[in-house]
Design a protein around this ligand. Structure first.
Ligand code: NI
Length: 199
């Protein structure tokens, strides 16, 4: 078990699609354990293999809070099998030190994967919980997609990147998500109304 170096935005492996794992070998188990160690060392809630320079379809998540026991979840060869609803999520990423921005996410996801022992499982996360958002964020990493690609405000995201001396947004990578758009618009309106009420 060891802590690996987390690569930063601008490193090519973050934009490369990752390969399926054919066998949960000892080497894969070591990588899984290192991902967990590295995630905990950096106080992250999720970490994907491409973030340590390994383009393999593996990520780990632990959304337990400080007063709860650790609850690591390991996803190998994950597939999102259902998604619905929409939520605006304020996100960061260990590969983007100090940069945070609002992104579009589905509120509910169902995912299947295999665990560290090679056993298949299905997990459902609902209501835009941290787990639901984190699954989508980490899953994206396996396809070379980054949270800034889902940004609800390109200009805010650009400002946030430049403030933290990170490479600029790649506009051609911005994702259009027509199925989420109407619901996100509604959420944004609610947000504005709430701000008005508080004035
Ligand atoms: Ni990330």
């Amino acid at each position: 078990m060891s802590i690996r170096k987390v690569v930063k935005y601008g490193t090519p492996s973050l934009r490369e699609p990752s390969k399926e794992v054919h066998k949960v070998s000892q080497k894969i188990k070591v990588l899984v354990d290192d991902l967990l160690d590295t995630m905990y060392a950096q106080n992250g809630v999720g970490l994907a293999a491409p973030q340590v320079g390994e383009n393999l379809r593996i990520f780990v998540i632990d959304v337990s809070t400080n007063d709860e026991p650790l609850h690591p979840i390991v996803f190998i060869n994950p597939k999102i099998i259902k998604k619905s609803g929409a939520v605006i999520s304020h996100e960061g990423c260990l590969s983007f030190p100090e940069a945070f921005t609002d992104v579009r996410r589905y509120a509910n996801v169902m995912i299947k994967a295999i665990d560290r022992n090679g056993r298949p499982f299905v997990l459902e996360a609902k209501d835009g919980t941290l787990l639901a958002r984190c699954i989508q964020h980490e899953f994206d990493h396996l396809n070379g997609v980054l949270f800034i690609d889902h940004s609800i405000n390109r200009f805010d995201a650009e400002a946030e990147l430049s403030k933290n001396n990170l490479p600029p947004l790649q506009v051609e990578k911005l994702l259009e998500e027509p199925d989420l758009e109407p619901e996100i618009e509604k959420l944004l309106e609610e947000r504005v109304n709430k701000t008005e009420e508080n004035k």
